[in-house]
Design a protein around this ligand. Structure first.
Ligand code: UT7
Length: 331
């Protein structure tokens, strides 16, 4: 019997209209366009404005875009998994809201919290439902409204993050396309370097937690940087070695867009030419779970059926990992 693999067969995306430029940030905090660009590679990011506009708004648009491109009936969707750390609510899940609003009445789903590795972990999870033969159409979404948890008086974090969402469709494939292998890791001791202290069950919201700004991203940038460089590069190299591949066999590196310097280090480690690295950090910043599907969305036309792709991410918690896949279609 031919093995069923889970192939990406479509991509959708959504970015809010409002552009927050480095120049505008210069007016908000003590920073410069030159510092931001040289230290991170970012020029601008998108921000979702408006009362009551949560992450689901962007995920819904990304899924609608995907459904329209694929000319799909939402009733045929089996499952929608949303990778996010900025859900609309503590409960219900953002996935519930997305399923409802896109008309996926036969689908179920859940949110997956793994910070910047959220899409990566969700993609590996969604693939299991296809590979097992249980489902035929699984949508995996990565989206975050980072502007809802960023302190716009803290120059070390507010310059990095942006809002956005992307979505992919996973379908069964019997030609060997799709997800080939993955390595996923977590290290909970990393919590101290990057987390949001309050708002969960350990520190529910109080006047004090708000006054002490504990509902915002706390990040020790240098510590995270060091762990990210090592984590993302190590796991990508390990995955290639496990699959008897070298950089020469890889057409594209799709790496989480946190900092251009972290991506360059991963590329160096697996010895890839710069033109094989998909980049959009300059325009969108770090959209957390959104970066990887947004890269696939932006570069869809360049990706060819059978291309070997390495996806890699590192995020808060710590969470990190790498997926090796063969692209499923020509667009
Ligand atoms: O996606 C999830 C995982 N997150 C990441 O991967 C982020 C990893 N970390 C980073 O990308 C970098 O650490 C940052 C971009 C956050 C910071 O860059 P850095 O090169 O590590 O800067 P730093 O924190 O070492 O700070 C260097 C200097 C400091 O000044 P002094 O102490 O040398 O005088 C900072 O106060 O730069 C200062 N600084 C800034 N200056 C202008 C920090 N932020 C800014 C700023 N503008 N926005």
């Amino acid at each position: 019997m031919t093995k069923i693999s889970a192939a990406i067969t479509g991509v959708g995306g959504f970015l809010p209209e409002y552009v927050l430029s480095n120049k505008e940030l210069e007016k908000m905090v003590d920073t410069t366009d030159e510092w931001i660009h040289s230290r991170t590679g970012i020029s601008e990011r998108r921000i979702l404005k408006g009362q009551g506009q949560g992450t689901s708004v962007m995920c819904i648009e990304a899924v609608k875009n995907l459904l329209a491109k694929k000319n799909l009936d939402p009733l045929d969707i089996d499952m929608i998994i949303v990778g996010t750390v900025t859900p609309d609510h503590v409960f219900p899940s953002t996935s519930n809201i997305v399923c409802d609003k896109v008309g996926a009445k036969n689908a179920w789903g859940f949110d997956l919290s793994a910070a910047c590795s959220g899409f990566l972990f969700a993609l590996a999870t969604g693939a299991q439902f296809i590979e097992s033969g249980k489902y035929k159409k699984v949508i995996v979404v990565g989206g975050d409204k980072m502007s809802s948890i960023v302190d716009y008086t803290d120059r070390s974090t507010c310059i990095i993050f942006g809002d956005g969402a992307g979505a992919v469709l996973l379908e069964p494939n019997n030609e060997g396309m799709g997800i080939q292998d993955f390595i996923l890791r977590t290290d909970g001791s990393g919590i101290k370097h990057l987390f949001m202290k309050a708002g969960g069950s350990a520190y529910p919201p109080t006047h004090e937690t708000i006054d002490s700004k504990e509902h915002y991203v706390y990040q020790e940038g240098q510590a995270v940087f060091k762990h990210a460089v090592k984590g993302m590069a190590d796991v990508s190299a390990e995955l290639l070695e496990k699959n008897h591949l070298t950089g020469k066999d890889i057409q594209w590196l799709v790496a989480h867009q946190a900092n251009k310097r972290i991506i360059d280090a991963t590329r160096d480690r697996i010895q890839l030419e710069p033109e094989k690295v998909l980049m959009n950090i300059e325009r969108y910043g770090n959209t957390t779970a959104g970066t990887i599907p947004l890269l696939l969305w932006d570069y869809e036309k360049k990706l060819k059926k059978g291309d070997n792709i390495v996806i890699a991410a590192f995020g808060g918690g710590f969470t990190w990992g790498s997926i090796y896949l063969k692209w499923g279609y020509n667009s």
